[in-house]
Unconditional design. Structure first.
Lengths: 416, 369
């Protein structure tokens, strides 16, 4: 069997290892236009901040690919011919496959702000290795930057730029930071933390117009509230979309929606073609675009390619992040009611959401938790009262550093 | 990438094997060569009123641990484990490893270092030396090496010694902080480390046995006695002076801070064996690792922590000194140092809800057990 995987991100590489685990004889190739070796995209910011070298971002030793006989092909795929089971690369090379996995990931969203068409440099995304190179090249000549977009990549880029001494204006369209995931109280906690790090956070504001200097480099941003923000760098972090732009033009395009349409066993509409990770769109228009889901999907897509019966339903949602110094753990979904507690004088909060007396979700900031307990309590439909009495079991803080829960429990008693 | 400016360039250069790091390494190496093999430091010591070069060295060592320790406490002030541990390291160095031995000497007692044990300090089970001391010192030495060290190791892992008490570890975790990330993480160096560190342990055990035999029957076997004496001085030169001092500290800016502890310390090797069957482990939170690699990067012992974290494997590695920096730098709170009885481990295993993931099988194909 000759397996070919397009994309060496976490979905692609996880499936390559999973295929090798089960099929010792197969030929397995991974094609990437971005990098020679799998690297941790989530760690791009640490390379930017000089805490790691690029090589440190690689989760496996390079010799492991030889040991596991995973062939790496560097190049951008430009054509897919499913009837001939054949791929064409930009340089003309042909690659034959028996089974193909599309794991092309995401591209950053772009915007069409007036004036952007006259800007030839200084506008960056922060998703790929190439983005990192551009950012590193621009930073020494950047005194002020504007970052647009109140999500996770935005705050990472803001932290990196601030680390390099750049004055950053951070534009968030909504009335608090990241309302998609955080309630107002948590959004304000993060906002205060960002401001404490010297970030100029502008809420309810977005880019209205972009100007370039004589050299073509971005020089100023005008916001919808009419503020003029001079800058030498503009970071666009307004979300990502499945990386499928190249597919409509190929000889046999798979069925596309927002992403590559797949069934619950990750089969695309073409014979012997699967898709997984950020680029795949599951039934009911579900596109999962986080690290953990890409890893999970890559593993399951490999099982499906090996002939197993796979029926994937996205499990209970969980995610993690870090906003400068504040760690964030979330499990489950938002509920109509919630218990919220902010630890006095500390940048720590917990929110437990519930519906019909059963807990449905957790949003924890500033301390460490073992989310597997949260998952269990949600699946067991535990009551908020039970969870509050058992909460200490899920604490994962460092030794000597466990946060005391007495205050939170007293507040809960008083409220109920 | 580095930040603009000369100071930032220098900081990056000295922390990342640049020209200034090589220069500093040469300075440290020269210092240890002068200290061990010449009397060059004696006049300096006497000029500032100290009785000799070793007192000067102890003073400088304590100063380095204190200043570096204060920096570490400030840097990790949000992490109680790091604060408590570093306070302990500074305290032990300032008292057990510096003032108390000198006070003992002042009161005409033996200059005994309560924070060192056999086989790190061979003298403390060298019969000809230890039996010449007053009884309390003999008892402390034997009970410490035979009981205290392994029992605490079984309950808390080797960290109680290597990262809380030991002076070598203390210097590495304070003064050595800027270079902790330089340790080699490859499986090749792991293989080398296992051979070298256990070889030194074997040699130290052999030497100890020889010293006891020679002590009891040396009078009738002058050949054995003289062989043991030359073996002792050879061991002292190669292991205690060259490996622990010249190489161990001299290479801080090039090879990281724990070269001695990792590749050659017999005490670390012994405690590592205890640790493997003891309660200490690093717990890994299931399916939460993002493979960023900060844990591996900042592991001074060169353990590829990420390999375990991304495979959902809680683990105990013999070499782990339990400094806790992997857990500190992890941006997703995946890692936690803990001492578990097997009952507790089973209890927490119950929490592992069945999901699809088989990451431990797929992503741990390289035998990192």
């Amino acid at each position: 069997m000759n397996y070919v995987i397009i994309g060496n991100g976490v979905a692609g590489i996880t499936s390559a290892f999973a295929l090798r685990k089960r099929d010792g004889a197969a030929r397995i190739s991974v094609v990437s236009g971005e990098s020679d070796y799998f690297f941790s995209r989530t760690a791009l910011m640490y390379a930017f901040m000089d805490r790691m070298n690029l090589r440190d971002l690689e989760p496996f030793e390079r010799k492991d690919y030889d040991a596991k006989r995973i062939e790496r092909v560097r190049g951008w795929v430009t054509n897919l011919d499913a009837s001939a089971h054949n791929l064409t690369l930009a340089d003309g090379r042909q690659i034959a496959y028996d089974r193909l996995l599309l794991a092309t990931g995401s591209f950053p969203n772009q915007a069409a702000w007036p004036g952007l068409e006259y800007v030839s440099s200084g506008v960056v995304n922060f998703v790929s290795l190439q983005d990192l190179e551009v950012c590193e090249r621009l930073v020494p000549s950047t005194h002020r930057a504007v970052v647009a977009g109140g999500g996770l990549i935005g705050v990472e880029l803001v932290e990196c730029l601030a680390h390099h001494g750049v004055k950053v204006d951070f534009l968030v369209r909504e009335s608090w930071y990241w309302p998609m995931a955080l309630a107002k109280e948590e959004g304000e906690l993060i906002a205060a933390h960002l401001r404490g790090h010297g970030i100029r956070l502008h809420l309810d504001d977005e880019i209205a117009e972009v100007s370039a200097g004589a050299d073509g480099r971005v020089s100023k941003v005008r916001t919808s509230q009419g503020k003029d923000l001079p800058c030498q760098l503009l970071g666009i972090c307004i979300g990502v979309r499945p990386a499928i732009d190249w597919l409509p033009g190929v000889k046999t395009p798979p069925a596309l929606g927002r992403g590559i349409l797949v069934t619950n066993d990750f089969r695309a509409s073409l014979p012997d073609v699967w898709a997984a990770g950020d680029c795949a769109e599951l039934p009911n228009a579900q596109v999962e675009q986080i690290w953990y889901s890409a890893q999970r999907q890559g593993e399951l897509a490999a099982q499906s390619m090996l002939g197993d019966a796979v029926d994937y339903r996205p499990p209970l949602f969980y995610n993690s992040a870090k906003f400068f110094d504040i760690e964030y753990t979330t499990v489950g979904v938002a509920g109509p009611e919630s218990f919220f507690y902010r630890f006095p004088g500390r940048e720590i909060s917990l929110r437990i959401m519930h519906r019909d007396s059963a807990v449905v979700g957790f949003n924890m900031l500033g301390s460490r938790w073992n989310h597997t307990w949260f998952e269990r309590w949600i699946l067991e439909r535990r009551s908020l009262k039970e969870v509050m009495s058992q909460l200490h079991l899920s604490q994962f803080d460092v030794e000597f550093g466990r946060i005391p829960l007495d205050g939170a429990r007293a507040a809960f008693q008083a409220a109920s | 990438m580095t930040r603009a400016g000369t100071a930032q360039w220098l900081l990056h250069d000295v922390k990342n094997r640049g020209i200034s790091a090589w220069f500093l390494s040469a300075v440290f190496t020269a210092f240890y060569l002068i200290l061990y093999f010449t009397e060059g430091l004696t006049p300096i010591a006497q000029a500032i009123g100290l009785d000799g070069k070793w007192t000067l060295y102890g003073l400088l060592y304590t100063l380095a641990v204190t200043v570096g320790g204060i920096h570490v406490i400030r840097k990790y002030r949000h992490n109680r484990y790091q604060v408590v541990r570093t306070v302990a390291v500074i305290f032990v160095q300032a008292t057990f490893a510096f003032s108390i031995p000198h006070l003992l000497k002042f009161f005409h007692q033996p200059e005994y270092y309560l924070s060192y044990f056999w086989p790190l300090k061979m003298e403390y089970l060298t019969p000809s030396y230890i039996f010449s001391l007053p009884l309390p010192f003999i008892l402390y030495s034997f009970l410490g090496s035979a009981l205290l060290v392994p029992v605490l190791g079984a309950f808390f892992g080797k960290r109680w010694y290597c990262s809380w008490v030991c002076g070598c570890g203390g210097l590495a975790n304070t003064f050595g902080e800027p270079w902790r990330h330089l340790s080699d993480k490859s499986t090749t160096s792991w293989k080398i480390e296992k051979v070298t560190v256990h070889s030194v342990l074997g040699i130290s055990l052999l030497l100890t046995a020889l010293m006891f035999i020679s002590y009891s029957v040396g009078k009738s076997n002058p050949q054995l006695a003289s062989f043991t004496t030359s073996f002792q001085s050879f061991y002292g030169l190669i292991v205690s002076s060259i490996l622990a001092g010249v190489v161990g500290v001299g290479l801080y800016p090039i090879g990281g801070t724990r070269i001695w502890c990792r590749f050659a310390c017999p005490m670390a090797a012994l405690l590592g064996l205890v640790q493997k069957i003891g309660r200490y482990r690093i717990a890994v939170k299931k399916d939460m690792c993002i493979s960023c690699g900060l844990c591996s990067k900042y592991c001074e012992m060169g353990i590829d922590v990420r390999a375990y974290a991304q495979a959902n494997e809680s683990f105990t590695r013999a070499s782990c000194v339990g400094c806790g920096l992997c857990a500190e730098v992890c941006p997703r709170g995946v890692l936690k140092l803990e001492n578990v009885s097997s009952k507790d481990a089973r209890q927490s295993a119950l929490v592992q809800i069945e999901t699809f993931s088989h990451r431990s099988e797929i992503l741990s194909p390289f035998g990192r057990k």
